[in-house]
Design a protein around this ligand. Structure first.
Ligand code: NDP
Length: 324
């Protein structure tokens, strides 16, 4: 069967994304074929495209999508033809009209949640889940610092952290993003070009925050460490400005015995049981109205290069989806 998909033959900028026709292979044991109805755009897709996280070439791209199960291998029991499902995972190939994928990683979508919402929600929402409940479990009354607070992960994490009782200091680059972050739960905003650690100290009466959730990487690593209270936790989980440079452990000692963790979503959902229970925690909060999903940009799949340009030039807010 033929299908339309994005392929890259080399690493580089958005110009290396080719919208083309490919031949889908027959289903292997354990796989299902999904017809995508909505595809989630994520910052990690730009790392795969640029080669920061290298994959064997040529390759597809995309780590998240929702759709309908069209066919299953004979040994698949966890989903059936016609089911609405959403997934995140590798190999990266969700930028496509159809694909074959490990059925064990497919999550049924609740009736009340649309395919578009699911594709905008799963990867970013599960990330917010593990950041706030596993990497540093937020306690009611904690001050936390959240970078890119108006982004895809950011707006979901704001709502979830507020629900947990945190006082959220969000970092954003524009006043429009500041307004969005505030309406989604931030109590204080710091602009990205301000002295972040100094502002945090002033907001927290000199104490610092219990945890920093830093997806910016290279540019903010030390200002994030400088924003922590004694024994605070630095969760460095992304590289929007480039990867963090190597640093000496003594940097943690000299700042009051800090902790650093560098987590990856895949390690928190590496069994079907963990994937389904984390997804249930996320969907439950959506169904209760605690988390509202903001799909602020939509692009046709053939226009993925433009979507990448907008994401990397900080033009997007909330979640972005691609429509096949
Ligand atoms: P976002 O929607 O948050 O977009 C990235 C945002 O980062 C921008 O909007 C911008 O916000 C901010 N930013 C700051 N500096 C830069 C820069 N130099 N270039 C571009 N953007 C910059 O993306 P996602 O929600 O998809 O992902 C957020 C982050 O979380 C990414 O770093 C991603 O890699 C990471 N991530 C990590 C996971 C993990 O398990 N480790 C899983 C999922 C995501 P502003 O203009 O307000 O500064």
């Amino acid at each position: 069967m033929k299908t339309k998909a994005i392929r890259i033959n080399e690493y580089g900028g958005p110009e290396v994304l080719n919208y083309t026709e490919i031949e889908l292979s027959d289903l292997q044991s354990g796989e299902a074929r999904i017809r995508h109805t909505a595809i989630g755009l994520n910052f990690i897709d730009t790392y795969h495209r640029s080669g920061l996280y290298p994959m064997p070439l040529p390759t597809g791209l995309g780590s998240e999508a929702a759709g309908i199960v069209e066919e299953t291998a004979d040994d698949v029991t966890v989903v059936k033809v016609g089911d609405r499902v959403v997934y995140t995972g590798r190999p990266a190939d969700s930028y496509s009209e159809r694909r074959n994928f490990d059925a064990n990683q497919l999550v049924p979508i609740p009736d009340e949640i649309s395919d578009e919402q699911a594709a905008a929600l799963l990867l970013k929402g599960l990330t917010a889940w593990y950041l706030l409940n596993r990497s540093y479990p937020v306690k009611s009354g904690d001050h936390i610092l959240l970078h890119a607070a108006a982004g895809g992960v950011g707006l979901i994490a704001c709502q979830w952290a507020k629900h947990l009782g945190a006082k959220i200091i969000g970092v954003v680059s524009t006043t429009e993003k500041a307004d969005l972050a505030k309406t989604h739960g931030c109590s204080q905003i710091i602009m990205a070009n301000e002295d972040i650690a100094e502002k945090v100290k002033s907001i927290t009466d000199g104490e610092g925050v219990a945890a920093v959730y830093d997806s910016i990487g290279r540019d903010t690593f030390f200002s994030s460490l400088n924003s922590l209270k004694p024994h605070g936790v630095m969760v460095t989980f992304g590289n929007a400005s480039g990867p963090v440079d190597p640093f000496a452990p003594s940097e943690l000692a000299s700042r009051n015995s800090l902790y650093v963790t560098r987590p990856i979503l895949a390690h928190f959902i590496n069994t079907r049981e963990k994937l389904l229970s984390a997804s249930k925690a996320l969907f439950d909060l959506v169904l209760q109205g605690v988390i509202k999903i903001s799909i602020n940009q939509r692009y046709a799949l053939k226009d993925t290069a433009q979507a990448h340009m907008d994401l990397e030039s900080r033009k997007t807010t909330g979640s972005t989806i691609l429509i096949p």
